[in-house]
Design a protein around this ligand. Structure first.
Ligand code: ZN
Length: 100
């Protein structure tokens, strides 16, 4: 069980941080929309998300899905791969039809 003890908005990063959702780097000076500090089993951790993950986290929230550290980046990667496969498929169909 984790409990969130503090939540701040639009916080400027004072150093480089790792995004909690995708492990990407949030570069020093970036304004982070939401910074949440939580405690879980006596451990304290801070959740910062990059802009892309803010959007993905909202999508998860809308679907009522839970996510954990690193999940948001994984989800986008899967999404991109799916789109890529679909795009490849369309190209294949096109090539077939053209008889190339
Ligand atoms: Zn991220």
């Amino acid at each position: 069980m984790s409990e969130c003890v503090s939540h701040r908005t639009n916080v400027k990063a004072r150093k480089d941080h790792k995004c909690f959702g995708c492990y990407g780097i949030i570069v020093k000076g970036t304004v982070v929309a939401n910074v949440t500090t939580c405690v879980e089993d006596g451990d304290i951790y801070t959740v910062r998300l990059c802009d892309e993950c803010e959007v993905t986290a909202l999508e998860f929230q809308k679907r009522g899905d839970e996510w954990y550290e690193g999940d948001l980046g994984e989800d986008r990667k899967e999404q991109k791969e799916k789109e890529q496969r679909q795009a490849d498929h369309v190209v294949d169909l096109y090539i077939e039809r053209k008889g190339w």
